[in-house]
Design a protein around this ligand. Structure first.
Ligand SMILES: [Zn+2]
Length: 491
């Protein structure tokens, strides 16, 4: 009786409709007894999708070379020869005096014709696999182009099965939104955000608190803004899923991250760190702790601006907010202004200009590709610019969408008015990160000159005739969210 090895390969991939290990083994054993062969050892290879190595296959080849068996029995060519490299090795075994048998088909490996038939089978099998892979990629790309994310939903979203958009998870979604807002406020380092989100109960897909890396991955994932980025290919698609984060918050997070890059993290997250500059020399006012009080200092030696104590800075902000708060006549003018604005030429002009800017950005996207093709740009320059352009396009598209939503609910407008009426109250009650958010969202220019605190409000806040409401209307939703976060102050 000729001694043979039995070689079985099974795929552990779920979709693989292949023959089970037992069925293959039975078929090989039956073939062996019918042909008068004896199986002296079994080699069983479990292929996983993740690993492509074939350790058992290699071990078997080494054993064959030492002469422990005179033949090899396999179940079927298409399974044994997943790739042609393996097949090339197998099909050469007869030259070394080792007989190759296929249990389900009869090939005569000693004849040229038999080997040719087996080779053709192997080529067809390899082509089938290649086609399958291509079809899979095609399928994934197809779904991406439809705006569907064909992988597991990121934290904050839920899977709804194949071909269906991810939906916001009612528990984790709002926590993700908070994480972005907290980080955008600049009041948190990644590490303090990690601790804060753990405290608030944010958990990953495995139900564990998020790691530092996990938090960072979330803050870098544009999926939350409605974009799908495929890292491996560098492609960005527009998703059809509901967004969790608006583009302004996303950009604020990017800015905070860029500002932190390379800088060492300060031990104290002082209230107004990074928000004020010196009005005389333009340098940042940096916080420092002295005798238990926080001071903000201009570090230019000759500058007339020295230091200002945090509580004095805070008092100036409060006084400014008191003066800026809406009164009832402001509210009335805004209500009327809003109704007029809805049908105004200004609004049409605003929509038109947004469309133009969007078209121009699309043109630039096209030109960018041309620059890559003709070699003016190298790949990494191209990727950087393409990414920032994609973000810009998404921002413009979002602005346009918000501007078109002319039916801003009366309730939303009233909420906003209430908020603007109670600005100073808001500041008094706010938690540190909310105070920062107030200052950032209301004042375009923040400086300290000598002993004077200069706070320049945004135009929409300063202009009480509400002459052009376009910049305000597109921002109301964001402002509401930033100034009166759901879990913060109730007004
Ligand atoms: Zn200065």
């Amino acid at each position: 009786m000729k001694s043979c090895f039995g070689y079985i390969r099974v795929s552990t991939q779920k979709q693989g409709e292949g023959v089970s290990l037992e069925a293959q083994k039975d078929a090989i054993a039956a073939f062996a007894s019918a042909q008068g062969l004896s199986v002296v050892e079994w080699f069983e290879e479990k292929e996983t999708a993740a690993k492509s190595g074939r350790p058992i296959f290699n071990r078997m080849l080494r054993a064959l070379r030492t002469g422990r068996a005179r033949g090899l029995i396999m179940h079927k060519i298409d399974r044994s020869a997943r790739n042609l490299k393996d097949w090339a090795i197998i099909s050469e075994l007869p030259d070394a005096g080792i007989d190759v048998f296929i249990a389900t088909e009869s090939y005569d490996f000693r004849s040229r014709g038999g080997r040719l038939t087996a080779d053709i089978q192997a080529v067809i099998a390899a082509d089938y696999i290649r086609n399958l892979r291509e079809e899979t990629i095609k399928g994934l790309t197809g779904r991406l182009k439809q705006g569907l994310y064909p992988f597991r939903a990121p934290v904050g979203y839920r899977d709804n099965g194949r071909g269906k958009p991810k939906t916001i998870c009612p528990e984790k979604g709002p926590l993700i939104r908070e994480a972005f807002r907290l980080y955008a406020s600049g009041a948190h380092s990644l590490r303090s955000l990690e601790a804060e989100m753990k405290r608030r109960g944010l958990r990953n897909l495995a139900g564990k608190p998020l790691s530092l890396h996990g938090i960072e991955t979330i803050l870098k994932n544009p999926f939350y803004t409605g974009l799908i980025e495929i890292k491996r290919t560098g492609m960005i698609y527009r998703g059809v899923h509901e967004t969790l984060i608006d583009m302004r918050t996303w950009r604020a997070v990017e800015d905070v991250r860029a500002g932190r890059a390379g800088k060492k993290v300060t031990r104290h997250n002082h209230l107004y760190r990074g928000l004020f500059r010196c009005g005389v020399c333009g340098e940042p006012m940096t916080p420092e702790l002295q005798k238990g009080a926080v001071y903000y200092r201009c570090h230019t030696p000759t500058c007339p601006t020295r230091t200002i104590r945090e509580d004095r800075l805070d008092a100036s902000i409060l006084a400014r907010l008191e003066r800026l708060a809406f009164r009832e006549d402001d509210a009335e003018r805004l209500r009327h202004g809003f109704l007029a604005w809805l049908h105004s030429p200004e609004r049409q002009a605003h929509l038109h200009s947004l469309s133009l800017r969007l078209d121009k950005a699309h043109d630039r996207q096209q030109r960018l590709t041309d620059l890559l093709i003709d070699g003016t740009l190298d790949r990494s320059d191209y990727e950087t610019r393409r990414r920032s352009l994609a973000i810009e396009i998404a921002t413009l598209a979002e602005d346009k969408r918000k501007a078109e939503e002319s039916d801003l609910e009366p309730k939303t407008l009233e909420r906003f008015i209430e908020l603007m009426k109670s600005l100073s109250c808001l500041h008094i009650l706010a938690k540190p990160e909310e105070k920062r958010s107030l200052v950032q969202n209301l004042f375009s220019n923040r400086a300290v000159s000598g002993i004077e605190v200069e706070l320049k409000p945004y135009d929409w806040l300063e202009d009480r005739d509400f002459a052009d409401l376009s910049p305000l209307v597109t921002r109301i939703a964001t402002l509401l969210e930033n100034l009166a976060p759901e879990h913060g102050i109730e007004i």
